[in-house]
Each structure stands twice: as structure tokens, then as C-alpha cells.
Unconditional design. Sequence first.
Length: 258
Amino acid sequence: METILFVLLPVLVIVLYFVLRKKDAKPKLPLTTEERDLLLKHVHFYQMLNAADRLKFEHKLAEFLIGIRIEGVGVTVDALDRMLIASSAVIPIFGFENWHYKNLSSILLYPDTFNKDFQFEGDERKILGMVGDGYMNGQMILSRSALLLGFSNVTDKENTAIHEFVHLLDKSDGATDGIPDHLMKHEYTKPWLKMIHQEMRQIEQGKSDINPYALTNEAEFFAVVSEYFFEKPDQLNAKHPELYSILSETFLQDPARK
């Protein structure tokens, strides 16, 4: 018996050492100091979070970057590009416990606007970003200039990258139609559609401050007002309280109260 105890005692001491050491060890943050500094400098949404929510944001951001490939086309992707792209993905889904962009595998970053043939040189370059379909399914293309602009001006209501990730959320139920069935409670669907068409009429009559691009269709309306919701929540809440309320319920966030 004494022999067994003599053999087991050192083992127990070693096990106890590592258990106690693990409890005392500080959790390793998923981002580097440089990356967190970039978020603090460039991402207003992150700046407004408390310490606990910043850590939550960082974990979601790191998880996104592990699962999604970001490639530059005619441009070298740097740390700021990665932080802004990942932030654009995390901001709309920050209120959800477990959300993965299952309909996205890679992101192509172009230097500037591009045309319908995915060329960023020549004429007809008006596209700032797009979610791929058909043979491009699972891919997103973003203009770097539009990406940077979206985070450089906190006084406007526009952010191209967030716009495209909202399209992905909309598309997650199989249809990019402006009705995010996976996010929106069923009882909100009819009031949401009614609200869309009422607001579209206001835009047509010049009585709304919502970007006229929202008139394109219901899907673009959802993406455009979502940009507004995250970029200028206080203003949206003041000018369009019902619209703000339903978006708050959909995204499980209340940014105007931060």
C-alpha cells in the first residue's frame, strides 16, 4: 500500500499543479494588440462596447477569420482590411449566440469599384460590393475603397461591407428577398412588408432621408436600412421609430441605447 502511495503521490502533485495553474492562467485573447488597436481606431461599433462585449466581439471576429478566406485581387490584403471585413461580418450578427455564415467561403477584395464582368479597370465600374450567385455562389466581392470609406465616416448612413453581409443574412433562408425568415419572427413578416412599401412611397415622394437605392427592390431596402440602423441608430430611431423597432427585434440589438 505504501509503495502504491509512493508512486501515485508525485503524479497527484503534478496533476494538481497543472489544474491550479490552468485556473490561475489568464485566458488568451484571440487578437493581437495591433489588431485591437485597429478596431479601437477605426470601428465605431467596437468603440461603443463595454469591456465584456469587446471581448465577445473579438472572439466572434477571430472565429470568422478562421473560417473564411480573404484574398486580394490587384491588392495586397493587410491587417486593417481583415479587421474591417471581419467587423462588417460580426456587427449584424453580434446579437446572435451562434451564427456562422454557412453560405460564404471566401471574400475577394478588389482595389476599387468593378463592373458586371468583375473587372476593376475600364468603363462601367459602378459596383461597390456583391454577394456571388450561380458559379460565384459562396463568394463575396468587396471594393477596398468602399470598405475603407464605410468605416472612415461615422456621420453618414452607409457602409458597403455591412450592406453585403446583410444580403448574406437575407439569403440564408434560400431567397434574397428582403425577408430574413431565419431572423425575423413570423408575426413581423406582414408588418415588415407593409412598412417597406410605405417607406418606398415616402422615398419616391422625396419625404424620406433613406438612400433612394432602397427603391431597387425589397432586398436592397432591407440592406440599405440595415446600414442606417448600424451606422446612425440614434437618427433612425428618431426619424423612423417603427422601422428601428422591427430591425432591433430582428438583429437582437439596440444600438441607439448604447
